[in-house]
Design a binder for this molecule. Sequence first.
Ligand code: CA
Length: 140
Amino acid sequence: MSTRRKKLAGLMAGVALLGIGGITPANAGVAAEGQFESHISWWTVPTESRRWWDNNDTSDYTGIYFQGCRSDDDHHGYDYASLTLWKDISSAPDRSKGTRNNYCGWVDYGDPNDAGNYYFALTGVGNGDYINIDYVKVAW
Ligand SMILES: [Ca+2]
């Protein structure tokens, strides 16, 4: 292999490593207050996620990560899923912490700064009516 080709190979390896590192931002790393991994099978509006407890011990952002995204629209494929982050309040209406579109990657909702029981709900689908997500990670 020529020196030039070796340099190129090294550069390509570096790019590949950067790509892998890019999957996990700092806010969703081990320093986050909590996290769980899951998947989504045939969700349609208004399916809700499991609940998680955010004790607000930290100022970490709450984030939702999608990888391996498909919709039932075989022609257009997956575009995005609108997800609303909710605080579950038993004695009053749940409190919305914002709605964001997930284009199959990380979406942050900021620090809710509000201890409680949380979940997210599917409130819209870009293409089609149903989504399947191979890998879901929620961190807070
Ligand atoms: Ca917090």
